[in-house]
Design a protein around this ligand. Structure first.
Ligand code: ADP
Ligand code: MG
Length: 596
C-alpha cells in the first residue's frame, strides 16, 4: 500500500504554497500592490475583469526589476528584501519570496519591467508553473504584473471562489486598506470587464502634508467626510511603541466592527489583540453590540513584532502583547476622556432631517410668502411643547455664556425632560434623564476609585423576593455589590434583605434597584473582567439615582446640570451610548427656516 517518500517538484510545491498565499483574486491583488509599494511606487493602478478571475493587472512607477533577475523574481523563496539572516528585522511588506511563483503556478503570469536607468524593458511569462524565456518588451518605466485566469491550473480551487461581485468587493476592500496605509501614494482601481477603457471604481491622488494631515485627507476619501468629522485624534507613545490615527466618538458607532482598520508598521492586520483593547476602551460608552469606527496605526521597532506568523501576513505577534494592548487601550481612553461632552455632528444633521421631514409634508406654511413664514412660524409648530408645559422660562445674562460654557445657558424645560439652552451660536437640547444618569455614573466611579462607594443604611431594610436562580446569583455577587455601596443579605427562601444603598443615589426604590442589578448579572458574560462587570453594574445602579424624566427642574438646577456636564468626562453620551444632548447651530436653524 505504501508509496515511497519523494521530493515534490517546484510546480507542485508552488501550487501548495499558492493555496495559502493566493486564496482568491483579492489576495493576489494584495501581494502585487505590496510589491509595488516595496518598489517605491508613487502611483499604482489596478485593473481587473470578472471579479479578478480572468484578469488582474497592477501597473506601478517603482524602481523596476533588472532583466537578469526576472527568472529569480518568479522563483520560489527568492527575494530582494531580506538576506535571511534576521527574520525579525523586516521593513518591507514582502520578504517570503512566494507571491510571484505562487501566482505563476496557478494562473498565467506575465511581468514586464524596466529597471530605473535601464535602456530597455524586459518580460517574463509563467503559466501553470511553466516558465518561458525572458524577452524584450516596451515599457517606459516601472513594472506591470498581469495575472490572467487565476486557478485555471487548479480547477478545484476555482469552485471555491465567490461570484464576480463578491470577489470585486474583496478586491476593493484590500485596495482601500492599502490606500489608507499609504496616503502618500496615489491609487486607481478600474474594472475592465468587457474590455475598453473600463470603469473607475476607486481613485485617490497622492496626498501631501504631515502624517495626520495626509491620513485625514485620505480617510475622508475612503471612509467619508462624516467619519473624519466625528473622530478623535489618537497620538500616544509608550516603551518604544507608538500609536497614531483617528477613532470615532462613541455616538458615531457602528453595528459591526468592519469599520475598524488596524495597521502594524503600515501593514493592515486584523488582530484579536486590537479588537479586545478597543472593546475595553469603549466599554464605558457603548453597548456591547455597538462598535466604534477607527483607523489606528501602531508603529514600533520591527524587532518587537513578528510578522511572519501567517502566510498572508494578516496577523502579527508582539514580543510583549501587554504593552501593545495597554497602549491602545490607554490612548483611546485618554482621547475619549479629553473629548468630554463632545457628541457626534451627524446627530445634529439627523435632528435637522427629522425637523424637515416633520415640517414639510404637513405644513402649508411652506407655500406662503417668506415674511409670513418668519413672523408666524411659532415654536409649537416645530414640535416643541405648548405654552402651558413650558415650566420654566427665565432671563439669563448672556454675557456669561462665553467659550468656557459651550453648553450655554438654560432657557427652558419642555415636556418635563428636555432642557433648552442657548449657546453663543445656537441652541442645545439636553435629555435630562440621560445626562444625569451619566453624571451619577461618573460620580460613582470616581468615588469607587477613591475609597469605595459610600453607602447609607436604610431605616427599614427592604425585603425583596427573587426567583431561585436570581437569588443565588445575587448572593454570589454580594461582596462585589457591597463594594459598590449596595449591601444585601440572604433572607432565607429566595428572598434577600437590602440593608444599605449607595449614598449618592439618595432615596431609591430598592426593589427596582435589585431587580435591575439581577438583570445586569444575568446579562454579563463569564468572560468579562471583574472590573468591567463592576462598571456595568455601577452603570445600572446609576440609573436609579438619576432625575427621572417627568421631574420639573428649577433654573439653577438646569444650569448646574449643564455646568456639570461640561466638567464631566464622557458626558456626551449616556451609559447606553445614546447622546445626552444635541446641538443645533444658528446657521442650521436658519437653514430650517429658509433664511440660508
Ligand atoms: P517578496 O515580495 O516576498 O520578495 P515576491 O514573490 O512578491 O516576493 O516578489 C519577488 C521579488 O520580485 C521581490 O523581492 C522584488 O525584488 C521583485 N518584485 C516583485 N514585484 C515587483 C515590482 N512591482 N517592482 C519591483 N520589483 C518587484
Ligand atoms: Mg511580494
Amino acid at each position: 500500500m505504501r508509496t515511497p517518500i519523494r521530493q515534490l517538484d517546484d510546480a507542485a510545491s508552488n501550487r501548495i504554497a499558492a493555496g495559502e498565499v493566493v486564496e482568491r483574486p483579492a489576495s493576489a491583488v494584495k501581494e502585487m500592490v505590496e510589491n509595488a509599494i516595496d518598489a517605491g511606487a508613487t502611483r499604482i493602478e489596478v485593473a481587473y475583469a470578472n471579479g479578478g478571475k480572468t484578469l488582474l493587472r497592477v501597473t506601478d512607477d517603482g524602481f523596476g526589476i533588472p532583466e537578469d533577475e526576472l527568472v529569480l523574481a518568479v522563483s520560489r523563496h527568492a527575494t530582494s528584501k531580506i538576506d535571511g539572516s534576521d527574520l525579525l528585522d523586516i521593513h518591507t511588506f514582502g520578504f517570503r519570496g512566494e507571491a510571484l511563483p505562487s501566482m505563476g503556478a496557478v494562473g498565467r503570469l506575465t511581468i514586464t519591467s524596466r529597471l530605473i536607468g535601464a535602456a530597455a524593458a524586459a518580460q517574463i511569462s509563467i503559466n501553470g508553473g511553466v516558465m518561458e524565456a525572458v524577452k524584450p518588451a516596451a515599457l517606459s518605466r516601472g513594472t506591470v504584473v498581469e495575472l490572467r485566469d487565476l486557478f485555471h491550473a487548479t480547477p478545484a480551487r476555482l469552485k471555491f471562489l465567490g461570484t464576480d461581485r463578491s470577489e470585486s468587493v474583496a478586491i476593493i476592500g484590500v485596495l482601500k486598506r492599502l490606500a489608507m496605509a499609504e496616503p502618500l501614494i496615489g491609487f486607481n482601481l478600474c474594472d475592465v470587464t468587457g474590455g475598453g477603457e473600463g470603469r473607475t471604481v476607486f481613485k485617490v491622488l497622492p496626498q501631501k502634508g504631515d502624517f495626520f494631515d495626509a491620513l485625514n485627507l485620505r480617510l475622508a476619501k475612503i471612509l467619508g467626510a462624516d467619519f473624519v468629522a466625528n473622530v478623535l485624534r489618537i497620538d500616544a507613545e509608550r516603551e518604544g511603541l507608538a500609536i497614531a490615527g483617528f477613532a470615532s466618538l462613541p455616538t458615531y458607532s457602528r453595528g459591526s466592527s468592519t469599520s475598524q482598520y488596524m495597521f502594524v508598521n503600515g501593514r493592515p492586520v486584523r488582530d484579536k489583540l486590537f479588537l479586545g483593547a478597543i472593546r475595553g476602551a469603549y466599554s464605558d460608552f457603548l453597548q456591547n453590540y455597538r462598535h466604534p469606527a477607527l483607523a489606528l496605526f501602531l508603529e514600533c521597532d520591527p524587532n518587537l513584532v513578528d510578522v511572519n506568523v501567517h502566510p498572508a501576513k494578516s496577523e502579527v505577534r508582539f514580543r510583549d502583547p501587554g504593552i501593545a494592548r495597554g497602549l491602545i487601550f490607554s490612548a483611546l481612553r485618554h482621547a475619549l476622556v479629553e473629548a468630554g461632552y463632545r457628541t457626534s455632528t451627524t446627530l445634529a444633521d439627523a435632528t435637522l432631517g427629522a425637523f424637515h421631514s416633520e415640517a414639510k409634508p404637513k405644513s402649508p406654511i411652506y407655500q406662503m410668502d417668506r415674511n409670513y413664514l418668519h413672523t408666524s412660524y411659532t415654536p409649537t409648530q416645530i414640535g416643541f411643547a405648548e405654552a402651558p408645559t413650558l415650566s420654566a422660562r427665565f432671563e439669563t445674562n448672556f454675557e456669561e455664556v462665553d467659550k468656557g460654557q459651550p453648553l450655554g445657558a438654560a432657557r427652558a424645560q419642555v415636556h418635563e425632560n428636555y432642557l433648552i439652552a442657548q449657546t453663543l451660536d445656537g441652541i442645545v437640547i439636553v435629555d435630562q434623564h440621560a445626562a444625569h444618569e451619566r453624571l451619577v455614573y461618573e460620580r460613582l466611579k470616581k468615588q469607587m476609585a477613591k475609597n469605595g462607594t459610600a453607602s447609607q443604611t436604610l431605616l427599614i431594610p427592604e425585603i425583596v423576593e427573587l426567583a431561585a436562580d436570581d437569588h443565588e446569583r445575587v448572593l454570589i455577587a454580594a461582596l462585589d455589590l457591597a463594594s459598590l455601596g449596595l449591601v444585601i443579605e440572604d433572607f432565607g427562601g429566595s428572598a434577600v434583605c437590602v440593608r444599605e444603598t449607595p449614598a449618592l443615589l439618595g432615596e431609591v426604590n430598592a426593589v427596582a434597584l435589585i431587580n435591575d442589578v439581577v438583570d445586569e448579572l444575568t446579562d454579563l458574560s463569564q468572560t468579562q473582567s471583574v472590573k468591567d462587570k463592576l462598571d456595568a453594574i455601577l452603570s445600572r445602579i446609576a440609573c436609579h439615582g438619576s432625575i427621572r424624566s417627568g421631574r420639573t427642574m428649577r433654573a439653577e438646577e438646569m444650569n448646574a446640570l449643564l455646568r456639570e456636564m461640561e466638567a464631566t468626562p464622557h458626558s456626551g453620551q449616556c451609559n447606553h451610548g445614546r447622546p445626552t444632548y444635541v446641538e443645533l447651530k444658528l446657521h442650521d436653524i436658519e437653514k430650517l427656516f429658509g433664511r440660508r
